[in-house]
Design a protein around this ligand. Structure first.
Ligand code: MRU
Length: 378
């Protein structure tokens, strides 16, 4: 882990957050010369912010999970390209060298985490923006750098907007008193704000204050216990934390009315990669007749991949399984595996909630139509 970034503390509920009082967390902020991230490794014990000033610092912070969650890493990477452009504008000798520096940054950022397609989506958006700007007569590297800063900020704001729409569409799937189970963190912390699965829960809770949430702890990184529980607590939405192996117990007792999770990549047929353990939850939900929903922006859809078997699954350090926050919990030298994501087959999914509406099976045609027949760029 390179520790080159500055850190600083600020209060939760950052003033001026897009979406007004409905958003309490400023996950990523893209400023001239800086990308500011809430430190998701330190949460919930400490609320601190990390300031990245180069694209390499941004890449390090994505790799080490300071920022995580599919849309959030896409938005952050866009901010990384804006930093690369500012740096290259000051040093590159000609437009070709400037563009080569941007390509180097984009490929370095893309290499950080392989599963969430939002990362590639955001970098493709930035590449399209720099190519268009460089092709403009009279373009200067400094001018292109300004354009890329504005584009990254627009990608950020657009993600918040998509999440708000996902929340509105998805809330209609739930009714008063529902007990909703979620896995991992697909909240404001995993996006530019509001969240996808947690956005649906936020909107459902706003409509029905007696809605409550089962929060899977989500071993080994504990995104549920540390991050989802923190978000719900800050917001006063009732929740109960359970370890991952308890979901079946509560479903069998009839205490789970629905499941909603986020996604890292949705293949053209609707197969969905999400945090490891999601597949098991989907199998349990199917067995117990509990509706299982995926909530994601269309930037998570990868129409170039037909089915889930082709989705690249990140394998992380097995030490993250054999240890807990640096403390050994398995015998010294215990062999382990650590796939960070799994794929839930489309057959186990009742609906995919997107900013364009609630999609129902068969997902192939529904996704193709929502994506405008080709690119998921509504
Ligand atoms: O490894 P992480 O914490 O980046 O994994 C996050 C998830 O799997 C989320 O559920 C997914 O990215 C959706 S976030 C809106």
């Amino acid at each position: 882990m390179s520790g080159a970034a500055d850190t600083g503390a600020r209060g939760a509920g950052a003033a001026g957050a897009p979406g007004g009082s409905r958003l309490r967390v400023r996950t990523v902020e893209i400023r001239p010369g800086a990308v500011v991230l809430i430190d998701q490794v330190a949460l919930p014990q400490e609320e601190r912010y990390v300031i990245c000033r180069t694209w390499r610092e941004v890449a390090d912070r994505i790799t080490d999970m300071t920022v995580r969650g599919a849309p959030a890493i896409g938005v952050t990477a866009a901010g990384g390209v804006a930093l690369a452009a500012a740096e290259a504008a000051a040093s590159a000798s000609d437009p070709a060298a400037f563009e080569a520096a941007l390509e180097q940054a984009a490929s370095g950022l893309l290499a950080t985490r392989p599963t969430a397609v939002n990362l590639r989506w955001a970098l493709d958006e930035m590449r399209a923006a720099w190519r268009a700007a460089l092709a403009t007569p009279g373009a200067t590297p400094a001018g292109v750098a300004q354009t890329l800063l504005a584009r990254a900020q627009a990608i950020h704001d657009d993600d918040v907007d998509r999440c708000l729409r996902i929340g509105e569409h998805g809330a209609a799937l739930f009714k008063a008193g529902d007990r909703i189970l979620t896995h991992c963190n697909a909240g404001a912390l995993a996006t530019a704000g509001y969240g996808t699965a947690l956005g649906v829960i936020r909107s459902a809770a706003a409509a029905h204050p007696d809605v409550s949430v089962w929060v899977d702890e989500t071993r080994p990184w504990l995104q549920g216990a540390r991050l989802t529980a923190w978000e719900l607590q800050v917001e006063g939405i009732p929740y109960r934390l359970i370890s991952d192996n308890m979901a079946g117990y509560f479903m069998r007792r009839g205490e789970v009315d629905g499941v909603v999770v986020g996604a890292d990549r949705i293949a053209a047929n609707g197969d969905t990669a999400n945090k490891i353990g999601t597949y098991s939850v989907s199998v349990l939900a199917r067995e117990h007749g509990v509706p299982f929903y995926v909530a994601a922006p269309l930037s998570t859809v990868d129409l170039t991949i037909e089915g889930g078997d082709a989705i690249p699954i990140e394998e992380r350090d097995p030490a993250e399984v054999t240890t807990f926050r640096g403390e050994q919990v398995a015998p010294e030298g215990a062999p382990a595996r650590h796939p960070a994501f799994d794929v839930t087959p489309a057959a186990n999914i009742d609906a995919i909630v997107t900013e364009a509406g609630v999609l129902r099976p068969p997902f192939g045609p529904a996704l193709a139509a929502a994506c405008g027949g080709g690119e998921c760029r509504p």
